[in-house]
Design a protein around this ligand. Structure first.
Ligand code: FAD
Ligand code: MG
Ligand code: MG
Length: 308
């Protein structure tokens, strides 16, 4: 990831990722990939037809809640892709030639509530992706943070008053996620703004299908057995991924098609996407299968332990 792209260029790359994913030959795709293609189409339509028609993504009415996890990364790729389409559609309506237009955003408004003690590998993944995706990351830590998320967002809104809506990578299978809606107001005990949740219908397997296809870097913790990332003190690798307890059938990699067809794929470079120097992590890899071997949503948080 040496050469630095602009926000417009990375948005165009994300558009390339989604459009090539949608064109993958149906005949050779598994049912799971087909199902993920439908999920991509649905999320794309939420952004283009329901969200960007009400809130302008190009003038800081929309912010993005980002914590470096797989779900918000997938949603960020889809958001950037839709942003590119939205921008190109605007240009087509313009009387001026495409050459006279510049992508109007330099940075994407993003907010990270960093109150947990975060894994070093996640911290460095976040910094790397902040550069790669041109996020103007607001971090509450810099302001000395309180304990609850709602008041952190209250302060964010005070400091960023143009924000009307925030994109969140929550899914129906998350705790309390069952009844959420794609577009809804925050609850009454939260500061009032619109929640945009266009990833609700995705399941765990869809997330891995698309992320492994994307060719984008993936937080190395997932490679070493983690499936859901909380703080350092309350997160362990997922016990269902312990090599000694996994059945032979579940030891087969289900995303070979995605990986072999992934954007920019080469057999030599693929592991660079989740490379780490952290010896503790590498050691875990001997005991645990990668996070993407676990496909059942209800087991996703089995590595989250209660603080004693
Ligand atoms: P995760 O998979 O960890 O997170 C789901 C998504 O939440 C992520 O993809 C990311 O987009 C966002 N997110 C999670 N943690 C962070 C973080 N530390 N910093 C930035 N973004 C993060 N709950 C209510 O009960 N009522 C509400 O009105 C309400 N409004 C919310 C508004 C926003 C903008 C956010 C981010 C959360 C809100 N929540 C609300 C809480 C939300 O429903 C989830 O409980 C919360 O995001 C934690 O998710 P998780 O850890 O269960 O799952
Ligand atoms: Mg999640
Ligand atoms: Mg979380």
């Amino acid at each position: 990831y040496e050469e630095e792209m602009t926000l417009g260029q990375i948005a165009e790359l994300c558009y390339h990722i989604t459009s090539t994913f949608l064109k993958l030959q149906i005949a050779s795709t598994t049912e799971l990939t087909r199902n993920t293609q439908e999920a991509v189409l649905r999320t794309r339509s939420y952004f283009l037809n329901d969200i960007f028609t009400q809130w302008d993504p190009l003038n800081s009415e929309i912010s993005f809640a980002y914590n470096g996890g797989k779900d918000c990364q997938v949603l960020l790729l889809l958001y950037l892709s839709a942003l590119w389409e939205h921008y190109m559609l605007g240009i087509c309506k313009s009387q001026y030639d495409q050459a006279y237009h510049n992508f109007p955003l330099k940075k994407l408004p993003t907010v990270f509530i960093n109150s947990n003690e975060t894994f070093p590998a996640l911290e460095s993944f976040i910094s790397m992706t902040v550069n790669r995706y041109h996020l103007s990351l607001y971090e509450d830590k810099k302001y000395g943070c309180s304990s609850d998320m709602a008041s952190e967002f209250e302060r964010y809104l005070e400091l960023n008053p143009s924000t009307k809506a925030i994109v969140i990578g929550v899914r129906h299978t998350d705790p309390f996620g069952e009844k959420l809606k794609t577009i809804q107001m925050t609850d009454s005990n939260w500061p009032q703004f619109i929640r945009l949740q266009p990833l609700l219908e995705w399941n765990l397997a869809n997330v891995w299908s698309f992320l492994l296809y994307s060719g984008e870097p993936i937080c190395p913790l997932y490679r070493y057995g983690y499936t859901s990332l909380g703080g350092v003190n309350d997160t362990i690798p997922n016990p269902y991924l312990k090599r000694e307890v996994v059945s032979d059938e579940d030891k087969t990699f289900k995303f070979q098609f995605e990986l072999e067809n992934s954007v920019g794929y080469s057999p030599e470079n693929v592991t660079k996407r989740w490379e780490t120097q952290d010896p503790n992590l590498i050691e875990l890899g001997e005991q645990y299968l990668p996070g993407w071997y676990l496909l059942e949503d209800f087991k996703e948080r089995a590595g989250r332990i209660k603080k004693c």
